[in-house]
Design a protein around this ligand. Sequence first.
Ligand code: PLP
Length: 396
Amino acid sequence: MTKINPHFQKLKREYIFPIIEQKLADLKNAHPSAKIVNLGIGDIAKPLAPTIIEAICKAAQEMGTIEGLHGYPPSTGYHFLKEAIVKQEYANLGISHEEIFISDGANSDTSNIQELFDQECSVGITDPTYPVYLDTNILAGRNSFIRLLPCLEKNHFCPSLPDLHCDLIYLCTPNNPTGVAMTREKLKCWVDYALKNNSILLVDNAYSAFVTSPDVPRSIFEIEGAREVAIEFRSFSKSAGFTGMRCAYTVLPKSVTANLAGSKVSLHNFWNKRQSIKSNGVAYPVQRGAEAALTSAGLAETQAQVQEYLKEAKTLLEGLRKMGYVCYGGIDSPYIWWKTPSSQKSWEFFDLLLEKCHLISVPGSGFGLCGEGFVRFSAFTTSEITQAALERISKL
Ligand code: PLP
């Protein structure tokens, strides 16, 4: 009989979202009139900005004419979008448009990047983590080469340098789920580590638009030496409300190298080849919409939305702290990482919030063992919902 990839059996983590859905359905059955407050989802809550809509509609109209027809897009993206990204996001950082690869999502890119590397590369992954990095490396057969890097209260949720060598290190900053962003100083330690140890940093910066702290860089390429060792992943999903549109990009400088049969080679060509083989690109109207998000009008509109999400995060953070709870994140990120009171397990506290407050969170244990004892709140919400959540929690 045909054999299935045996590494599927090594995926051991709990898939929390179906369990949450089931618990929600049970609650609705038991209390049909319950008004549920959902702070669990990490999906956007605001409509696309007018400047983006206008550009998408215009591009769709163009596609309805012989002159404006666009067939298959270039597999790594249109030049116009790469240029707009370089100009708006990487001015003075020494990144060229050839080093930008447009894709349908940071989820795909952070999943796929590991395909460039040998099956026996050692991989450092933070715990807790955005689950994709772990699952894709397990499926690729690297289960025994994974080194978990704990992110705990005592290291301010930023991973310490590993004792054992890591060829690849995934860093997510600002972080999902902890909501904590790494400072320039901390990122410099990792860049120096990678330079010294011939490692490569895979930096998921999907929440770059939420950075507000002056000591937190917007891009890893602000750090000296990063152009030799880092690959950055960005997305329009959270910065411009594109979760339903699908557009993101990877920045892979030509100066990032690795070993191929004893020779030092640039990774750039390999990612280019991988994307050309496996992707037929991102729709023209979507890329025009992303380009519009980077115009001054688009930026004003999208940044206003991000500021509103950050305001909700601040209200949640301050409200919970005022009630005496211990919470982290929420400053450079839309996520709040709430330490459960009295050392309750994540699921225990999730159940309590659901039963007593009709409030949905995400159990931290779903992001890794070190997430146990925390729940995640998302601030992709409205002020009415934030207020309702705080009011209910105050009566716990
Ligand atoms: N990376 C992180 C850390 C995320 O939290 C998310 C989405 O929640 C993604 C990547 C996925 O982004 P995209 O919508 O571009 O696939």
